[in-house]
Design a protein around this ligand. Structure first.
Ligand SMILES: [Mg+2]
Length: 162
């Protein structure tokens, strides 16, 4: 399991030192949607979502939404933010991340995955062999099937120390 430990972790997505990552050669940021750049189950971006996209865009980075969300929710959300997206990403499978990297022209040396769930976002990012950043959920409200996984995630976080 240690191989799935996130490379970094922050309280909020907005706390990630993106400028430092640019200096290290990172050019692409893959964002999870729910509880990473917006409240859980958002259909439209909130000011926080726009703020994050502006921060990374102003630094010259390109971002892409990589979401497991069913239906066209991630598409509507991404279009409002004017960023590319991969829906039905099937995280923890790396396939959505790999597809996003191919679409962006990115590679494993210059791409990072940011997400609030160890069992989907982080494991998928590690499997895709990219830099992974875990963030605390944007808010505590979330759907039951995510809440269900949190106690085990908490234990893993204690074991790993993140
Ligand atoms: Mg999430």
């Amino acid at each position: 399991m240690k191989k799935y430990m996130p490379d970094a972790y922050y309280s909020k997505t907005i706390d990630i030192p993106f400028a430092d990552y640019v200096a290290k050669g990172y050019k692409y940021v893959l964002f999870d949607l729910d509880n990473t750049i917006a409240p859980d189950h958002s259909h439209v971006p909130v000011p926080y979502s726009f703020e994050i996209v502006k921060i990374v865009s102003d630094l010259g980075m390109k971002c892409c939404l990589v979401s497991n969300a069913k239906s066209n929710r991630s598409e509507i959300f991404a279009k409002k933010l004017d960023i590319p997206f991969v829906s039905y990403a099937a995280k923890p499978s790396p396939k959505g991340i790999i597809r996003a990297m191919r679409d962006l022209g990115a590679d494993t040396t210059n791409t990072m995955m940011v997400g609030d769930q160890f069992f989907t976002d982080i494991i998928a990012g590690k499997r895709a062999k990219i830099h992974t950043i875990w963030v605390k959920p944007y808010e505590s409200r979330e759907v039951f099937y995510v809440r269900f996984k949190r106690p085990l995630e908490f234990i893993i976080r204690k074991l790993y120390g993140f």
